[in-house]
Design a protein around this ligand. Structure first.
Ligand SMILES: [Zn+2]
Length: 108
């Protein structure tokens, strides 16, 4: 893949040979820079944002975590990949609720 900055314009589509124009690609609420082919809609993520995309993919993998008891509360630790993907160091609170009998949702 050509290592071009997004502002440097279009690149050739590796799928159909058409023209890929610079665009923002929304991946589950994460805005990534890249290109989209105007012919076949093929999307390429900018090399600058590949790490972000990788973090997002890692964070979406299911992971087993332990539930521990502390006083009257129960603790579940947040896996590192998820913490990194959402930038947890900037957060101080989160919302937690029972989505259904088997799913706890944590909204940040
Ligand atoms: Zn194409």
């Amino acid at each position: 893949m050509e290592n071009k900055k997004i502002e440097e314009g279009s690149i050739k589509c590796p799928e159909c040979g058409g023209k890929c124009k610079p665009t923002r690609i929304d991946v589950e609420g994460f805005e990534l820079q890249g290109w989209r082919c105007s012919k076949c809609k093929y999307e390429l993520i900018s090399p600058d944002d590949v790490e972000k995309a990788y973090l997002l993919l890692k964070a979406r993998e299911r992971e087993k975590v332990k539930i521990s008891k502390r006083g009257h509360s129960y603790m579940i630790s947040i896996p590192r990949a998820i913490a990194k993907a959402i930038g947890i160091e900037k957060l101080t609170t989160a919302e937690i609720f029972l989505k259904d009998r088997k799913t706890i949702t944590v909204k940040v």
